[in-house]
Design a protein around this ligand. Sequence first.
Ligand SMILES: Cc1ncc(COP(=O)(O)O)c(C=O)c1O
Length: 362
Amino acid sequence: MADRFLRDHIQSIKPYEPVIPIDVLSKELGLPLDKLIKLDANENPFGMPPSAMKRLANLAFGHIYPDPEARYLKRHLSQVLGVPYQNIVVGAGSDELIDLIMRVILGPGEKLLNCPPTFSFYSANGQVNNLDVVNVQRKPDFSLDFQGIEQAVGSGAKLIFLANPNNPDGGLIPPEVINELLSLPVMVVMDEAYIEFAQGYRSLVSEVMQRENLIVLRTFSKWGGLAGLRLGYGIFPEAIAAAIMKIKQPYNVSVAAAEAGLGALDDLTLLNDRAEQIISERKRVMLRLEKLDFLSPYPSSTNFILNKVIERDAYQIKQALAQRGILIRYFNTPGLRDHIRISIGREEDNNRLLEALEALKA
Ligand SMILES: Cc1ncc(COP(=O)(O)O)c(C=O)c1O
């Protein structure tokens, strides 16, 4: 059998479960694409920003390898963020950067600190890299167990990933806890994939320059409406950025992704306005969800709302919505038993979702 050639730890990995593509789902459910409402992967419901579409329509250099530095995009990001060019690295989604960070910091068997429930790719990718994934479970309200983190750092964990706001609950880490975390001898990766939806909360981007143990990750997938093009970036201490530039695939960011990213930056005002609309829809949806006796929604600073399902079968609710063409995410892992996560869509999508949920009342 060919599997005898495989590395042992690869054989034991359970495959990562990504969401099913929308065209595949449309066939499986027997519903036309335009009848589906995709609220299962926290994508941007308004689509790609117009300047990105225009740049893609006029793409001239698809036959030429991309710039390994993605320098135009990095220059633009450097201006927008107010951080030096050499502290930025662009990747094929923040997923790629998560992998690269693990690879420059930890060797096989070294300890990666993970705080579930959280973005499952951290531990999945830790396993791919044959790391010792040390899980310090969050408290029932999804806040961090700081003492547990301190102990894990004391026992040798060198790297911790924290989504802020967190996926799947949507909560933020209080600033005083961030200060405490940063005082520990551990490299802290703050994954700010949803920060644009956290009203009034300050990003840690500018802090990176003041510290040696902080990395901030950002993505164009959520706020930027470019999930399908795969584009993310990180702000790193200079030595870490240089190490990642050394090991990354030379052409990791495609010509199309880099152009679309520049387009998104041309459309900053529009994208911020769309984020505002999502925030105000989130508030409206939250009020309606709170009225349903079988759901208990958690406060969210993101473009999604996590709900605990009470005295009903969460999986059946997900299925009942899918029959109506509304796709949401269902969880049944420790800390997330009987939970569903609903992304915020456009007003008309949210209305259909709310009507469908209200029709499910016992
Ligand atoms: C917390 C968090 N980080 C990163 C990602 C991945 O982002 P990207 O599309 O940039 O790889 C996600 C996607 O759901 C996420 O929830």
